[in-house]
Write a new protein. Structure first.
Length: 128
């Protein structure tokens, strides 16, 4: 494993730490793609949309916890698998998913794609 691979894995792991640790890992021009057919679905362009608009669309969240399982690297591309447990407006979700992220040479997540093992359940979770 190269030093860049090690850096890319550390950067992606930081994306699951939350708050300032996560924010420090985000490129200013990030593009984040949320799958599905719900109010959160779509692409978010830039740091502000990722850190402000997307959370507003997800709200109110009582719980949103990731348990990171696997982190795999292939150069600038890093794939994760995780378990997600969430609660929102009396609905709960407990599912597996993944993120595919592109990391810049200076250690920032520039683009990300989400994947859910039950997209219909995730769509229902964020509906209304």
């Amino acid at each position: 494993m190269t030093d860049q691979d090690t850096l890319n894995i550390a950067v992606v792991r930081a994306m699951y730490a939350g708050d300032e640790v996560e924010r420090a890992s985000i490129a200013r021009d990030i593009i984040w793609h949320v799958p599905g057919h719900n109010p959160v679905s779509g692409s978010y362009h830039g740091y502000d949309e990722y850190t402000q608009l997307m959370p507003v669309r997800m709200a109110p969240l009582t719980r949103w916890d990731f348990t990171l399982h696997d982190v795999m690297v292939n150069g600038a591309i890093v794939m994760t698998t995780f378990r997600l447990v969430g609660e929102r407006k009396g609905k709960t979700i407990d599912m597996c998913g993944g993120h595919l992220m592109r990391v810049t040479a200076d250690g920032k997540v520039a683009e990300g794609w989400g994947f859910a093992d039950d997209q219909d359940a995730l769509d229902d979770f964020f509906a209304g």
